[in-house]
Design a protein around this ligand. Sequence first.
Ligand code: URA
Length: 227
Amino acid sequence: MERINKYIASCGVCSRRKADELVLSGKVVVNEKVVQELGYKVNDTDVVKVNGKIIHKEANNIYIMLNKPKGYITTSKEQFGRKSVMDLIKEKERVYPIGRLDMYTEGLLLLTNDGEFSNKLMHPTNKIEKTYIVTTTSNITDKQIEMLKSGVDIGGYITREAKVRALSSTQIEIIISEGKNRQVRKMCSSVGIKVTNLKRIKVGNIELGDLPVGKYRYLTEKEKSMI
Ligand code: URA
């Protein structure tokens, strides 16, 4: 027996948190009955439907690292006329991006069909660090770096402390452990840094390394255990 949200996540549908929302909004049906109780428990013989579709546990969990190119959106839904990271993944198992990189950001994107793994990485309480390289055209000052480190206002939200260091006069490394929408771009903009390139190179201890742009590989057992 396991909680309904854990079951839905392990079927690769979404994170546990999203699963709770689905339950509360009456989108989850177990053995033909709508279930809206968060702690509801199911077992493997129960027939669980989400949004009218029967869901199954994934027999084969796969874990992928993609070097996302610029110009691709991160979504598992089809969006007409836009290039999606899903176009780059040639797997028979359906995988889902873990979090997002915005359209013009490149670099490390993880994808999986393991909702539990995704949940662990995404859950704010786990404070998984994400490392980005920001490139700009003008000189970055020590003052700007100090402001980014201590937290800045990105439109009504003060960012938590970040690790920031200069790599050159026009390039910095920023490590954040939260993931607000377009956070790094907004942080830079709030201190007057105009981002010309943004690349994610690390999530937790998993590093992009020299994976070519647009290519993907499977995570190693060691990398999977790092999360
Ligand atoms: N911060 C951004 O601004 N964009 C991303 O894609 C990720 C973090």
